[in-house]
Design a protein around this ligand. Structure first.
Ligand code: C2E
Ligand code: MG
Ligand code: MG
Ligand code: MG
Length: 279
């Protein structure tokens, strides 16, 4: 907060380092407890095949409601968790939870839904990541073909041979790898030649630009063409309008996700969707 006084017009409020440390410690303690007490939640946003209009799977998204702090958006606490070292435990928790849930949905309702989990570049670069995935698969009994890992394009900034090897091993298991937030991160597309991914997720920033601006359509069209030239499938995220959907369909985008079809849903609501839509 800025405080203005006579003669000293703008005296910027300087956070006292002790206060900052206290806040961080509180947040860290709370996040740690939330994880331990299993009060974090996952919501699931359907992904739709544009050719068939059917739900083919979902993205698992973290939800954290703290009694004192209120709703904490993942955009805020994930970077924090990366910083304070909780991100790997969170990632394992999400993988376990999402795999068990989708395995149950598929079994009970006789479906072939694939669940996508967001994994931090820090976590996927950790030694033992592939072993941990093996454990989660064994524990939850999920068919790896129903598991997808989303990593952000930012992960490619300083990728290593090790990361490429990890991704190759995951794909060899049957796991799908997606490049999240495509178009927002890296200025060079060179990494796309080297990186063994399956899916490009076009960031909502580009989807939002589609209508009525013409250059927006040109961008989307070029991104889809690029993906297809590289044998990648395309998911567009953040689709809210029918007009956006039509442009995406026209340009051959395979899958969409967004409020137009559905917000991320609680387990209960996703179950209703499965039952009601007779998928
Ligand atoms: P993301 O992976 O790119 O996820 C898409 C975000 O867009 C989600 O926000 C989703 O709720 C939101 N969204 C979906 N459709 C629409 C739409 O039509 N319009 C608008 N305006 N938004 C839409 P959310 O759930 O707040 O998550 C934000 C980010 O936090 C995610 O971006 C992801 O980077 C991160 N995140 C969420 N859950 C996890 C997790 O379990 N692990 C990690 N490492 N990161 C996560
Ligand atoms: Mg994602
Ligand atoms: Mg994204
Ligand atoms: Mg994002």
């Amino acid at each position: 907060a800025a405080k203005s006084t006579r003669g000293n017009q703008y005296r910027l409020y300087r956070p006292n380092m002790e206060e900052v440390n206290d806040k961080w410690l509180l947040l860290e303690t709370k996040l740690h407890q939330a994880l331990k007490k299993d009060v974090l939640e996952l919501h699931y946003q359907p992904k739709i095949n544009l050719k068939t209009n059917k739900v083919i799977g979902m993205e698992a998204l973290l939800r954290w409601h703290d009694p004192d702090l209120g709703y904490m958006p993942p955009d805020h606490f994930i970077p924090f968790a990366e910083e304070c070292g909780l991100i790997n435990d969170i990632g394992v928790w999400v993988l376990r939870k999402a795999s068990a849930q989708v395995r149950a949905w598929n079994q009970v309702h006789n479906l072939n839904l694939r669940v996508a989990v967001n994994i931090s570049p820090i976590h996927i670069s950790t030694t033992g990541f592939v072993d941990m995935i093996h454990e989660v698969i064994a524990e939850t009994n999920i068919d790896p073909h129903f598991l997808e890992i989303e990593i952000t394009e930012m992960s490619m900034l300083d990728y290593t041979e090790d990361l490429i090897n990890t991704i190759k091993q995951l794909r060899a298991l049957g796991i799908t790898i997606s490049l999240d937030d495509f178009g927002t991160g890296y200025s060079s597309l060179n990494y796309l030649k080297t990186f063994p991914v399956d899916v490009l997720k076009i960031d909502r920033a580009f989807v939002r630009d589609i209508v009525p601006e013409k250059s927006g359509i040109a961008m989307i069209s070029a991104m889809i063409s690029l993906a297809h030239a590289l044998n990648l499938q395309v998911v567009a995220e953040g689709v809210e309008e029918e007009a956006e959907l039509n442009v995406l369909r026209e340009h051959g985008c395979e899958y969409v996700q967004g409020y137009y079809f559905s917000k991320p849903l609680s387990v209960e609501d996703f179950t209703k969707l499965i039952v009601d839509s007779n998928m």
